[in-house]
Design a protein around this ligand. Structure first.
Ligand SMILES: [Zn+2]
Ligand SMILES: [Zn+2]
Length: 154
């Protein structure tokens, strides 16, 4: 039990230019890798590595005015995913689906400034059908060809 308490320490994060800063308390509901086309286009990379938190656990402490939001309507289930990024440096920071998960905020793990004792490891992988064949994940995860129905809002 003591271990759990230690892991729930505050996580700080920021965009590349440092204009937007946030902090998170508590444990994420889920840590995922997603290789869907929207996540690849949005990051310009292999996919997204995200943590899902309850909204009240995530606080933007600086740079609200610089945060821009792209309403991604081209999702597989037709709902809108709001993808928020820094208007100055372009870092992807948050995703929200206010229709399907109004109480949740998705935070990009790459913007987290993790302390030495804090780690980020995925527990699930979505859209593995789009995952590069040479890309190996060296931790145990539950892998899905697409996305399980319970999470189709992500
Ligand atoms: Zn920035
Ligand atoms: Zn995705």
């Amino acid at each position: 039990m003591g271990e759990t308490t230690e892991r729930t320490q505050t996580i700080y994060g920021s965009c590349l230019c440092g204009t937007i800063k946030y902090h998170i308390t508590g444990d994420p509901a889920l840590k995922i890798l997603c290789y869907c086309q929207n996540c690849r286009k949005s990051t310009g990379s292999l996919g997204m590595a995200n943590s899902i938190y309850r909204r009240e656990n995530v606080t933007i402490t600086q740079g609200h005015d610089t945060l821009r939001t792209y309403k991604d309507n081209a999702t597989n289930n037709g709902s809108t995913v709001e993808r928020s990024f820094c208007g100055n440096c372009g870092s992807n920071l948050f995703c929200e689906n206010k229709e399907k998960g109004p109480e949740l905020v998705i935070v990009t793990s790459g913007t987290m400034d993790l302390a030495a004792e804090q780690t980020w490891e995925p527990v699930m992988e979505f859209y593995c059908k789009d995952k590069k064949t040479w890309l190996d994940t060296n931790v145990e995860t539950r892998k899905f060809e697409e996305v399980p129905t319970a999470f189709d809002n992500l």
